[in-house]
Each structure stands twice: as C-alpha cells, then as structure tokens.
Design a protein around this ligand. Sequence first.
Ligand SMILES: *[C@@H]1O[C@H](CO)[C@@H](O)[C@H](O)[C@H]1NC(C)=O
Ligand SMILES: *[C@@H]1O[C@H](CO)[C@@H](O)[C@H](O)[C@H]1NC(C)=O
Length: 259
Amino acid sequence: MVASLLRPLGALLGVGLLLVGLAPPAAAAPRKLPSYLHVCKRGDPQLEQCVLTSVEKIRPKLLSGIPELNVPSMEPLIIPELVIRPSPRFQAVGKDVQVFGGSNFKVTRLRIEVNATALSFVAGVSVPHLSFVSDYQVDGQILVLPIKGRGQLTANVSDVTGSLHLLGKIVKRKGAEYLQFVEGEFRLELLSPVKIHLDNLFNGDKALGEATNAALNENSEELTEVVVPVAERVVAQFALDTANKISSAFPFDQLLPKN
Ligand SMILES: *[C@@H]1O[C@H](CO)[C@@H](O)[C@H](O)[C@H]1NC(C)=O
Ligand SMILES: *[C@@H]1O[C@H](CO)[C@@H](O)[C@H](O)[C@H]1NC(C)=O
C-alpha cells in the first residue's frame, strides 16, 4: 500500500529531476562589460587594429588603476621591493620603487593569434622616458668598485623599447570559457644610457659618493647589464598580472566574441 503510493511519487520526482537536468547549467550571472573595455571580434580581419583602439580606450584606466578589478595604478607604478643580486659579491635592494612615465607607452607593432584553445599576443612597445625614485640599500662590488650605502636613488632613461609576449589558454570555469594568461615574457632594449644617482653612499662621504656615482654613469653598459634582466622580469610579471585581472573577470566570449 505504502509502496504503491510512493511509486508515482518517485516517478514524479524522477521527472522533476530530469527537468532540472535538462535545464541549462547555472552560469555565472552575466556582468555588463565596463565601457573602458572596447570589444573586438575574434574573426575580425583587422583584429590588431581593433585591439590598438582597445588599448587607447583602457589607457586612462591603467593610468588611474581599476580598483574594481584590483588593477593598480600605472602612474606611478609602485614596486614594493626589488632585489638585485647578479653575483654573490653584490646585492642591491630597492624599496618602494616608483616608476614614472610607463603609461606613455606606444604600441609599435602587434600580432595576435587566436584559436579555439589559445591566444598569443606579441607587441612591440616603446616609451620615450622613464624616471625612477626609490629607497635603496646596496652592498658589494660592481665593476671594480666597492659600493655601499643606503638612502634615496633617482634614475632616468630615455628611448626605451621592448617586446612583450603573452600566451593565454582558454579554460573552463563554471560552464563558461575564460582566457587565462599562463606565460609572459618581456625583452627590453635601452637605446640610450641610464642616468643614476645614489645619495648618501658610504654614510654620506661626499667625495667618495660623487666619485662612485660618476663611475657608475661612465660605465653605463655594465649598469645596463645589471638592471635589464630585472626590469624584464618586473614588466613581464606586471603585464601578466594585469592581463589576468581583466581576463578573469569576464568570460572570453564577452571580451572577444566570436562574431
Ligand atoms: C592555437 O594557438 C596557439 C597560440 O598561438 C598555438 O600554440 C597552437 O598551436 C594553436 N593550436 C591550433 C590547433 O592551431
Ligand atoms: C632624473 O630626472 C628627474 C626629473 O627631471 C631629476 O629630478 C633627477 O635629478 C634626475 N636624476 C638623474 C640621476 O638624472
């Protein structure tokens, strides 16, 4: 008796479950794209041209930062700590490194390849001028110079060019496809010498400090060799993080729709 009552109930529940099963999977609530994200179509034969327009549209937001996506301001770009240790005999630490001028970057060439599984982005970039202000601490030997001190550092460099490569993979999350950048690489070329000044070297010994600063600037090729790999790493990581903060917030189909 009880069993015969339960059977239709079971059938009813079964139908109910079946209907739930047929319903589309609960997708993440669609979020409207903010107006600073200019949409390009994946199949656009002029995709690169369109993305250049997108870059210009987002530039002011990069300048100020995008708090809702956790993207920090690029002007200045602040690096909390930088450690440079090119050899066991030399270590430099920069704290609260502020970089000015990065947001004036120009995209000099762009190649984007996109298919069902991946996106590759290669951009030539140039910046007319960068300046740096940082707290520093340095100890060791560079060139043949002993160098030791802590204080404030300023540096300037003009005509900076580089090439940025980002590789993204299409991943599934909550029933939607997202672009996740998995590799970032930056190659930097400095076309003019870095000008640097470290204040308070050797506990404020003026003569020794001035001589050391002069020697650093006269041997700017060696200086460049030390700073370029660090700068390449920092820029690659910054680009990768920023790209991922934007691309993880919106499904791929919304950022770069098929058509
Ligand atoms: C998809 O694009 C990526 C990145 O450009 C590439 O490495 C991969 O070989 C491509 N896959 C196919 C099936 O074309
Ligand atoms: C870098 O440029 C700034 C601003 O023009 C200037 O104040 C600073 O002294 C310069 N530093 C060096 C090392 O050239």
